[in-house]
Ligand binder design. Structure first.
Ligand code: PLP
Length: 398
């Protein structure tokens, strides 16, 4: 007699949330912890968005359920925003508003995969992708690309991983955890390869507006319009408008897929909280000024953290050009005595644990992203905290 299902026993808990909650618990216990773990901007949600939500709270119309796939105005605004930012047209009916981008990821695999279908996941990957695939009885197939190639997938390696069961590939650029912005050439080649082999493309564009230096997000659906019949775009307001807690994301898909995702949602969550949808409507129909201001602040931190990490003996951090993560190779610290206690770590996972326990600095080990030997540092925290955290890491390293 077994209590829990094989399905849930087979799922690995979110390591990023685990690091974040341990860091928060240490803080609550009075310890001065610096958290590089969380993937959330440290900026407040813009005022005009908050005001729209306050007004929505006072309007009894918003105390009701909304249509399952979202408020019609919001689906229209998302379609308009997609044309504005990504450069191609979608119908509002193709949009399903979800409880964060995370539910969009989950629903996509629920509606596309049959048991045993394989999904190619360029690695390092966002920690929830393989688990969402497994929860749909699919098989995650990881294909690694390291810092030496800018963390960009290699087409030959993708082709080598393809089988008769390959159903989909994930594209995530700008990327979590590496901060890489994949080149147009790579994205176009992935699209052509996917078209040739009838493979669905799941393009997670949640960091679309966070580019630095000369990097620009390439929207796969604009770059190769012929792939749109087999493209699901995932997005949300969390990162662009500093709204992670509002829980609004969406997927954009060919109509049958969008309808299937809405059918699933009808039994799972009904709809996203009405007030949150009103806030998201204000966000996506407003300007991009807030994200441009955040991007400027992140850019300063990005330069600071990359320089400071590379100054630590044994740490190698390529310069990321997107999102708000630095992904550092820490293999040079493994097997070396660290800190006053001379702690020796055999893996990046042990290193992250020791760094948190001994130096009170939280970073997420590469194991969470299918890439042992790395640590991910989110630089979505205040400049002084960032400087102090990396200083502590350097002192602890010795
Ligand atoms: N996709 C990627 C790559 C992410 O990093 C995240 C959040 O960390 C999400 C999707 C989901 O974000 P949310 O569910 O908060 O909208």
């Amino acid at each position: 007699w077994q209590t829990l299902s094989d399905r849930i026993n087979n799922v690995t808990p979110s390591a990023t949330l685990a690091v974040d909650s341990k860091a928060k618990a240490m803080k609550a216990a009075g310890l001065d912890v610096i958290g590089f773990g969380a993937g959330e901007p440290n900026f407040p949600t813009p005022d005009y968005v908050v005001e729209a939500a306050v007004a929505a709270c006072r309007d009894p119309r918003n105390y009701k359920y909304t249509p399952t796939p979202g408020l019609p105005e919001l689906r229209q605004a998302i379609a308009d925003k997609t044309l504005r930012d990504s450069g191609y047209e979608v119908e509002p009916d193709q949009v399903v508003v979800t409880n964060g981008g995370k539910q969009a990821v989950y629903s996509t695999f629920q509606v596309l995969l049959n048991p045993g279908d394989e999904v190619i996941i360029p690695t390092p990957y966002w920690t929830s992708y393989p688990e969402a695939v497994k929860l749909a009885d699919g098989v995650p197939v990881t294909v690694f690309a390291g810092g030496d190639r800018g963390f960009e997938p290699d087409l030959d390696a993708l082709e080598a991983a393809r089988t008769e069961r390959t159903k989909a590939i994930i594209v995530n650029s700008p990327n979590n955890p590496t901060g890489a912005v994949w080149s147009t050439d790579t994205i176009v080649r992935i699209a052509r390869w996917a078209i040739e082999h009838h493979i669905w493309i799941i393009s997670d564009e949640i960091y679309e507006h966070l580019n630095y230096d000369d990097a620009k997000t390439t929207y796969i659906g604009a770059a190769v319009p012929e792939c749109r019949d087999q493209l699901v775009v995932l997005n949300g307001v969390a990162k662009t408008y500093a709204m992670p807690g509002w829980r609004v994301g969406w997927l954009i898909a060919p109509l049958p897929v969008a309808k299937a995702a809405a059918k699933l949602q009808g039994h799972m969550t009904s709809n996203v909280a009405n007030v949150s949808q009103r806030a998201a409507l204000a966000a996506v129909s407003g300007s991009l000024d807030a994200v441009h201001a955040m991007r400027a602040a992140f850019d300063v931190r990005r330069r600071a953290i990359v320089a400071a990490l590379n100054d630590i003996d044994g740490v190698v951090c390529p310069t990321p050009t997107g999102a708000f993560y630095a992904f550092a190779d820490v293999t040079g610290l493994l097997g070396v005595p660290l800190g006053e206690k001379g702690t020796v770590c055999a893996s990046s996972s042990e290193l992250a644990a020791a760094l948190l326990d001994e130096a009170h600095v939280a970073a997420v080990p590469g194991e969470a992203f299918g890439a042992p030997g790395y640590l991910r540092f989110s630089y979505a925290l205040a400049d002084d905290q960032l400087a102090e955290g990396i200083h502590r890491f350097g002192v602890w390293r010795g």
